[in-house]
Write a protein that binds this ligand. Sequence first.
Ligand code: MLT
Length: 300
Amino acid sequence: MKIKCLNPIARVGLDQLDAGYEIAEELDQADAVLVRSAAMHDLKLPEDLLAVARAGAGVNNIPLDACAEKGVVVFNTPGANANGVKELVLAGMLLAARDIAGGMNWVKENSGDENISKAMEKAKKNFAGTEIQGKKLGVIGLGAIGVLVANAATSLGMDVYGCDPYLNVEHALSLSRHVHLVKDPSEIYQNCNYITIHVPLTEGTRKMVNQEALAQMKGAVLLNFARDLLVDEEALEEAIVSGSVRRYVTDFPNPRTAAMEGVIAMPHLGASTEESEDNCAVMAVRELKDYLENGNIENS
Ligand code: MLT
């Protein structure tokens, strides 16, 4: 069996490809594909391709319709990188609450100053922030990542609200009893200081955070570590200017808003931890092998 890796995949995963597997040089030689974030929409899939395994949760980089038509099974690895993303969301909230970046830059710029301790006393008032304890956090989408974020935020003393019309039993059971469930996301848009989105990008969720949603926010910090197209960027630009969104913290920089004041953007780092990369690679290769060797389909 020939496996084409469209992105670097952690060694611990590839090591599971024992005798009987080899890494394909070219896509057209492949029986199966391992992919992380590479966009596959414009690629010509081999006629006999059997499966695509995504080392990650979102599958919007994979041409699902074309795969379904050709009978190519698509796998993903839900939950395998959830802790990595959760930790970056928490960091994102803290980056919005405290001017950590401003303070660090100031130290670098003044590091040669022998009187830095004195200068610091004057400068630090420019970097004062707020605390997240006691603030209201709304989590939209209570899947593997949303639940971890909600539970962690309760233990940081935040007042947490969650909304998910499709909450499954497993995730409902792992949700802290301190999280208040609400039916209508408007309750979150109108009342929360911090709002974080954790839903997959589908035709139904594209631009779900639209002008109407953004206009309801009252100086909120909006966090998007899910997918850029969940938020209507044109409406977001207006919301930042009007102040209904005080800060936008995202893992998906967009040319329209990335440089705006109030925007903290990262280059899709959510799952970029050794642990998440290892977990995703191991799970993706395991799913692929189980299908190719035994015909079993898990997380498809
Ligand atoms: C995911 O879909 O799992 C996340 O966006 C992380 C990633 O793809 O790197």
